[in-house]
Ligand binder design. Structure first.
Ligand code: GH3
Ligand code: MG
Length: 454
């Protein structure tokens, strides 16, 4: 997996070294010599990851990080701060400036590549979500997205078979979050894992294989997006790196620095919520794209799409397919007499009655105006006619409420049913026949069902 990395460092030798290491692993590399240049290049080049040195002239790494994380156009790009070894202050300051991770100098090859790869994976997920967002709409502010803002407590599961250690971690997080040890949760299985924001996994655990747990959580459907923060021993860096390769999102070394722990937890939770919010928005916009705004039924686009798919199946011998068109009688006079708003009220109630009187597998849609279509998969003509008849009865059977419930209005509907005749029929053929049946119903005096079958 290749990615574009922007390296910012004021010392030429450092830039060259990182560039060489990354290029060797087929990453594309651009370089900047100070914070300001890093900000400008990040905006212009949109790299996948930024490696930021802390001490730089003109603008230091912290300031650059803050600017990049506050800018809509760059805030999604992961930032790794590169700090001097043992410089705890800088590490914490970097994380609180919104950095996603840090590396210590001299930069270890293994650490560099594992971190860059882990962040590239995260970035790929984000890029996909961002690009799938409907119509490339510009992103709005997403809740929980402010790197410096308050964050609601996260549900954190601590998986460490050393109960004392687990409790110590829990204690360190208790003020800001809702941590729970695996001992308190009574094991790893069951639905206690749902609704969790973060898993903290100790690689020292002996009673189970932590790497296997990591792999399992990262492949299972329900937990794939759950971030995992692994705790590794200094002597056991290789296992830590293995965990990152298996999909863990971050790593912290023992002995645990509690401030670093809470900073890393915060970063992981913030990312998780960002991804969740993006997924929700995506679901909503997909829903929006197929729904009619006024009635909440499926819209015409979705109707044609579904009809096409079911016709293909019917043509392959999956049984008959029926549709009916329902058109409200003299609807124009409702608008003319009571106004457009009352017309809308009637349309909404009509949609409700229709939805309530078709079967669960049927697909009720608003074709446009006061015309509705119901697709009925695997349904023969006589059954379709009886469903249409039920809708007709429930429309004329009881007056509609208008003027917010103050008035009553009698409404009737005419319906035309069509069933697939032969293989090779198109959406238009079927709709056209249903339309002809509807026309017949209107001419025969309205408030009735007619059908056009074989
Ligand atoms: P028929 O019994 O022959 O179907 O007569 P009709 O009056 O129902 O049919 P016509 O096609 O003449 O009129 C349909 C009316 O529906 C005209 C249009 O103003 C109204 N209409 C279409 N869409 C909407 C809408 O979204 N809201 C409202 N209130 N009215 C709508
Ligand atoms: Mg009408």
């Amino acid at each position: 997996m290749s990615a574009h990395v922007l390296v910012a460092d004021d010392i030429l030798a450092n830039r060259k070294l990182l560039q060489a290491k990354l290029s060797h692993e087929y990453f594309q590399v651009s370089t900047a010599c100070n914070g300001q240049e890093a900000v400008d290049l990040a905006r212009a080049l949109q790299p996948d990851i930024i490696l930021l040195d802390v001490m730089m002239p003109v603008m230091d790494g912290f300031e650059a990080c803050e600017i990049l994380k506050a800018d809509r156009s760059t805030q999604h790009i992961p930032i790794v701060m590169v700090t001097a070894l043992g410089d705890r202050e800088h590490r914490l300051k970097g994380l609180s400036a919104g950095a996603d991770d840090f590396l210590t100098k001299p930069v270890d090859d293994f650490a560099l590549l594992s971190r860059v790869r882990a962040l590239t994976k995260y970035k790929l997920v984000m890029d996909e979500l961002r690009s799938r967002e409907a119509s490339g709409r510009r992103m709005g502010v997403i809740e929980g997205d402010d790197p410096n803002g308050q964050m609601s407590p996260a549900r954190i599961l601590i998986v460490d078979d050393n109960e004392r250690q687990a409790r110590r971690i829990s204690l360190a997080l208790k003020d800001d979050h809702l941590p729970m040890t695996i001992q308190e949760a009574g094991g790893l299985s069951g639905n206690k894992n749902t609704g969790i924001d973060l898993l903290i996994l100790s690689l020292e655990s002996k009673s189970f294989d932590p790497l296997r747990i990591c792999a399992h959580f990262k492949t299972a459907i329900g937990t794939r997006d759950l971030p995992i923060l692994v705790i590794a021993d200094f002597e056991d860096e290789a296992r830590g790196m293995r965990a990152l390769e298996l999909g863990a999102s971050d790593i912290i070394m023992r002995p645990i620095d509690t401030e670093e722990l809470s900073a890393r937890v915060k970063t992981q939770v913030r990312k998780k919520r960002y991804v969740d919010a993006m997924r929700r928005r995506l679901d909503e916009s997909m829903e929006l794209a197929i729904t009619d705004q006024l009635t909440g039924l499926y819209n015409r686009r979705h109707m044609l799409n579904q009809l096409g798919q079911f016709l293909n199946r019917a043509n392959r011998g999956d049984g008959p397919l029926s549709v009916f068109i329902a058109d409200i009688d003299h609807f124009k006079s409702v608008n003319d007499t009571y106004g457009h708003d009352v017309g809308d009220e009637v349309l909404k109630q009509f949609a409700e009655r229709m939805r309530e009187n078709v079967r669960p597998a049927d697909i009720p849609c608003r074709q446009g105006g006061e015309e509705f279509v119901v697709i009925m998969p695997n349904t023969a003509g006589d059954v379709a006619s009886s469903v249409a008849e039920r809708v007709r009865r429930h429309v004329c059977g009881e007056p509609f409420r208008i003027d917010s419930g103050k008035g009553r209005l009698d409404v009737t509907v005419s319906l035309g049913v069509a069933t697939t005749l032969s293989a090779g029929e198109t959406e238009d053929d079927v709709i056209k026949r249903a339309d002809e049946a509807l026309y017949e119903a209107k001419h025969a005096g309205r408030n009735q069902v007619k059908s056009r079958a074989a």
